[in-house]
Design a protein around this ligand. Sequence first.
Ligand code: CTP
Length: 455
Amino acid sequence: MTPAHAPDLPVPAQAPCSPPSPMNAPPLTTDPAPSWPLAPTADTADVALPPPPLAGRHLVLGVTGGVAAYKAAQLVRDLQRAGASVQVVMTGAATHFVGTATFQALSGRPVFTGAFDTRIDDGMAHIELSRNAEAIVIAPASADFLAKVTHGLCDDLLSTLCLARDVPLLVAPAMNRQMWQNAATQRNINQLRADGVQVLGPDAGEQACGEVGAGRMLEPAVLVEELSDFFTPKALQGKRILMTAGPTYEAIDPVRGITNLSSGKMGYALAQACRQAGALVTLVSGPTALPRPYGVRFLPVQSAQQMLDTVMAELDMAASTISIDCFIGVAAVADWRPLQVASQKIKKERGLAQDDMTLALTQNPDILASVARRPDAPYCVGFAAESEDLVHHATEKRARKGVPLLVGNLGPATFGQDDNTLILVDEHGTRTLPAGSKTALARWLAQELGRRLPA
Ligand code: CTP
């Protein structure tokens, strides 16, 4: 059932979209279709999982003169892997660092460097190259180039493209730390920001010149994250989200413990999707083998008790500062832990005719239910991992935990996998989402949360 067919249902407000709208940039749109409340029989028919934010986007990548130009080659690759097509334009200085042939081979397109390039039919490279692009990204952006753009100078193809654009401009500065700190550069950066240019970075650390400080270009993988953020509708702009993810590990002794098969992939994907949708995300995670999601506050824990203590401390802290809007329990929390944790490694009793070992277990606290019971409880979302009869168990679990929304999946079918099948349960019924990658499902869930959280 789509909202268009359900005029009696409340229609959530259209989520705001935060990417700055520099100079006539076309507005990004959010999924206009609120998909909730649901009829008991709702199915996948009206749910479209959003594509990755960079999929199908065409970008102009401007490369200016700096050592970090070599990283732009990797950036082309990473952008393509993220689904974007890339038109590379280089300044003359950039070609001293990396040749055009490298970028041509990587991008699969001719590389442009001169304002009077005759390969463009009407000879207007400075206009045409950006006309079918959705953004111009300058990486690396040298101090000199940033100064030119700030003041509207246009004495080469790339600076002219920037001046003649009708799409957003994003710049990734890269320069020596003193050049970055120089008052002139800072003045230029402030002016660029005021003009609606998105400034990505720079990072701090070791520099090509041997000095250490701010001015390093963001790594290509981080730039892809930042660009993905830029193109994601901001359904959760400014929302504070506290999440748990991964398994918990319950120690038996210093070298052994009880855990489960949760990889953390769904929770980490949701943390990333919520952050890309504009939320400030804190992720309390049990032990996983995954890299920490970019831009997410990360609090590692081991046991269920540590996870509970960390979550409660976050909520207590928020109670006296800025409240948390949403708690999402994605963690596969161990239900039991050993009653006693041995302080030394438990040894086999040699010589005894006894092969069995009995471990006394005690139940762990229920973190989600504890959060939902708080008088200041945020909007709570649970994730149920079942092995059979998903709809029945998930419906019962939502009521038992006292949460408004529960997402159910079949644990054995999804633990460790990249794909998942989810159902959603709320007070109106259930909905089955189309099978998809955990990242696509997470993007849909983030937008759905934006429709459900109070403004
Ligand atoms: N959960 C939790 N604390 C626990 C157990 C579960 O916070 N001690 C949360 C999970 O993070 C998840 C939801 O409760 O959001 C459902 O978890 P699940 O393991 O499916 O259910 P259980 O409550 O453990 O119930 P059962 O083992 O009987 O299926």
